[in-house]
Design a protein around this ligand. Structure first.
Ligand code: F58
Length: 799
């Protein structure tokens, strides 16, 4: 047949394939096709163009017997895939032309794709950025996770209150994945362990099947593609026909329902005990399936199981897959017969662990009772691993199992070749706080790899105006060599460049303004400073401090309405964990403050608050390019790194921030003059927390703060329920663990400094441009190179 090869990257071939898929893959007559049909058809046509580099990459990894990297993560917060694939393949114009020919609006088509929201926040989004960089760098790698039927809940506001709804991305065909019915493993739970010929044999009492679904992840310019393999849970026995035949229809369908529960929902919550067993099941389910798959691939190529660490590097994204340690020991020792110590050491040399938090409440631990019940063999192995560790380190005082709980961080540490923190400050804290003893026992094991973000999604795709200006100024090539952004520096004071830089930002702000009008009915002043805080709602991230500052500003403007105020639009975005009461109260407060401020005639053009619901990756792609100011205001010592902070800086928004996480490195790189610093340092915060009455004293010393807290407490923003914020008031006055009160005045002053500079567009524009020009180091390509060199010992493949 006279058909061009699938690698035909011309517009006409893409258009033809889109038409072909519409008709032959989806059975749609073009005359009746809807936007969704066209979107799916275009997705398949684009996917076709990924398959060939994907095969080529897989073959190259096999042919060269390369060491492979496996990234195990409970979360991959991917967002939309179509635009990203088009950008990486350089098919933007072609795709647009194909849509024009079909008579569909390209932007509407892109906007039709649901976000793959298989993550909560930073940890999951980091995993997605890493996939992009692994492919861009040509590192043979595979991501492993769970194919959640429902991603992170959809957030709506009902009278200002957060309401959660089930997310439904898989309620429609998913164009990007390949189901691999042949790649299925039975995963056991419960049961007993018996001894047979000197070996332990686990006989699970229950099992489910893990079925693989593969998504190819294409790197920049389509040179390399890796696989994201997500596991879906299926019953071992599809259907109980005997029960069905006697009319017990519900019972007949039970095996399926039970099994599917495991991959049904992403855990939205780290604050409640509910469903802990299910969460542990999810963790074991995807970890065991991934390890099984890794071992199968290794044994297809090699026979000596002891050489595993020379060909396989497994990265544990936080402790969620930490059961990989005992699972790998079980396979090496119980199934392959390696002596225990050798099995443990071989597993350890294969595994690495990234820590993403030191917050005590977020450090995973499982009760021994649950472990013995659900994973009896693994619990025994955890005891043995702990003994092995104690034997090898007699000075050790801290054990993995403590007061009836298994500390997963300690297990992951003991079973890791390398342990890494995610920013310089965080890595220091890993060494000096939670893991101080382990660090002493294993000097050199803890290393730092400061996070990064993919510039393809977070600049090229989401900010074409700025990207084009960069290319016009320094040429192409910076997209995969981001430190080249420094070449912008000599242009920063050119009038033409400065004007174009400001124009790109302004265009993004105008676009965001019309979106906000459409979404939440808010009319915004495009000359106002767009001041943005987008992230999960958490006390340590201190959205509460931001909203208190908003209240203070509102009060100040009301007091002196004639003054020439710098106009501000406060933008918030973020979800609260459904079980996290205080976070939900903060959500409610932001909405309540918005509803008072936004109708106050004295505020017109000067102050407004926007809180569009259902913050997700796609919304971030819209907000970040339009931001003037980036709010990174966590209590020092609490935010491990942050990655949103990097995206804002890259897109020319200076940071309003504390010395926390990667803010420290951002400030070092962009320069202290281009960063609004405020607040206590980590050490000062620790000390202040120990000072009795710190909150009361800070409130008494600050008339502004006193007035802002008084306003929320007397119901200024909740006249229908004046007591609504008494709880938040008490938190601030009584404990204030996150030191909102102590940092408030310093924050207020830094905000006023920002106001001053913003009034001078040239000065602000310079700061913004320096942020872009000096953020190249925050590419996740740099981070992944660091992992390849310092942790995995793998080389990129030149394809
Ligand atoms: C985040 N952790 C850190 N955890 O908070 C952030 O500072 C860092 O930049 C990022 O990791 C990447 O290193 C994070 O996002 C979670 O989302 C938990 C996952 C498990 C359930 C509870 C939330």
């Amino acid at each position: 047949m006279d058909q061009a090869p699938i690698t035909d990257m011309t517009g006409s071939a893409l258009a033809r394939d889109m038409q072909r898929h519409l008709q032959f893959s989806f059975g749609k007559d073009p005359a009746h096709a809807q936007v969704r049909d066209w979107r799916l058809a275009l997705s398949l046509a684009v996917r076709d163009r990924i398959v060939e580099p994907w095969f080529k990459a897989t073959r190259a990894a096999y042919a060269g017997h390369h060491k492979r990297v496996y990234y195990l993560s409970m979360e991959f917060l991917i967002g939309r895939l179509l635009e990203d694939a088009i950008v990486n393949l350089g098919l933007g114009d072609e795709a647009m032309a194909a849509c024009a020919e079909a008579g569909v609006d390209f932007d509407a088509l892109l906007a039709d794709e649901p976000d793959a929201a298989l993550g909560n926040g930073g940890l999951g989004r980091l995993a997605a950025c890493f996939l992009d960089s692994l492919s861009t760098l040509g590192c043979p790698a595979m991501g492993y996770g769970i194919r959640y039927e429902h991603g992170l809940f959809r957030q709506t506001f009902h009278h200002g209150h957060q309401v959660e709804q089930a997310e439904a991305w898989l309620q429609q065909p998913h164009a990007w994945e390949f189901e691999r019915a042949e790649a299925s493993f039975e995963i056991g739970f419960y049961g007993d362990v018996r001894e047979e010929d000197g070996r332990s044999v686990w006989e699970p009492g229950d099992a489910v099947v893990a079925r693989a679904y593969d998504t190819p992840i294409i790197g920049w310019q389509g040179r390399w593609a890796n696989t994201l393999r997500l596991w879906g849970a299926k019953p071992t026995k599809l259907f109980d026909l005997a029960r069905f035949n006697v009319g017990d229809f519900n019972a007949a369908a039970e095996p399926e329902a039970q099994a599917r529960t495991i991959s049904r929902v992403l855990y939205p919550d780290d604050t409640t005990d509910q469903g802990r067993e299910l969460r542990l099941k999810q963790e074991y389910f995807f970890t065991a399936a991934s390890i099984r798959d890794i071992m199968r691939r290794y044994l297809d190529e090699y026979s000596d199981i002891r050489k595993l660490p020379t060909k396989v590097a497994i990265q544990l994204n936080d402790t969620h897959p930490a059961i990989a340690g005992p699972e790998l020991v079980r396979i090496l020792h119980d199934e392959h017969g390696l002596p225990f110590d050798e099995a443990a050491e071989t597993a350890r040399l294969t595994l690495n662990y990234t820590n993403h938090t030191l917050l005590p409440e977020a450090l995973e631990s499982w009760s021994e009772g649950l472990m013995w019940h659900l994973l009896p063999r693994h619990m025994r192995l955890i005891e043995q691993i702990d003994d092995w560790h104690a034997r090898n380190h007699p000075r050790r005082t801290r054990s993995t199992i403590d007061h009836g709980v298994v500390r997963m961080g300690d297990l992951a540490f003991a079973m890791a070749n390398k342990v890494n923190g995610v920013s310089a400050l965080h890595t220091d804290l890993v060494k000096t706080t939670v893991f101080a003893e382990q660090h002493k026992l294993h000097p050199g094991r803890v290393i730092n790899q400061t996070n990064g973000v993919t510039p393809r999604r977070w600049l090229v795709a989401c900010n074409p105006g700025l990207s084009n200006l960069i290319t016009d100024t320094i040429g192409t090539g910076w997209e995969a060599d981001l430190e080249r952004l420094s070449e912008l520096e000599p242009h920063i004071d050119d009038a033409g460049f400065a004007e174009a830089f400001a124009a790109a930002k302004r265009a993004n702000k105008i676009e965001l303004g019309s979106w906000l009008k459409e979404e939440i009915g808010l009319t915004v002043n495009p000359d106002a400073m767009f001041d943005v805080q987008i992230k999960r709602i958490h006390e340590y991230k201190r959205q509460l401090m931001n909203v208190l500052e908003t209240i203070s500003l509102w009060q100040a403007i009301r007091e002196e309405p004639e003054k020439d105020w710098t106009p501000r639009l406060k933008i918030f975005g973020g979800k609260a964990a459904p079980g996290y009461r205080t976070a939900k109260e903060i959500v409610h407060l932001i909405n309540d403050v918005a509803s008072v401020v936004n109708v106050d005639p004295l505020m017109r053009g000067r102050l407004a608050v926007a809180y569009p619901p259902n913050y997700n990756v796609t919304m971030a792609e819209r907000l970040i390019p339009a931001a003037d100011l980036s709010e990174q205001i966590s209590t020092a010592g609490k935010e491990a790194s942050g990655t949103g902070n990097m995206k804002f800086a890259l897109n020319g928004a200076p940071t309003m921030g504390t010395l926390d996480g990667a803010n420290v490195e951002i400030r070092d790189l962009v320069g202290a003059d281009n960063f609004f610093l405020f607040g206590l340092t980590t050490d000062e915060a620790e000390e202040r927390r120990e000072t009795p009455g710190h909150a009361t004293r800070a409130i008494a010393a600050s008339p502004r703060l006193t007035a802002a807290i008084a306003a929320i407490e007397k119901g200024t923003f909740s006249p229908d329920d004046p007591a609504r914020y008494h709880g938040l008031g008490r938190i601030l006055r009584d404990s204030d663990y996150f030191l909102v009160c102590s940092d408030f005045d310093s924050y207020w002053q830094a905000q006023r400094r920002a106001d001053e500079i913003y009034r001078d567009p040239a000065a602000w524009g310079r700061m913004a441009a320096f942020n872009t020009a000096r953020s190249g180091w925050f590419s996740s390509d740099r981070t992944i190179r660091g992992y390849m060199r310092d942790i995995w010992d793998v080389e990129a493949i030149d394809s």
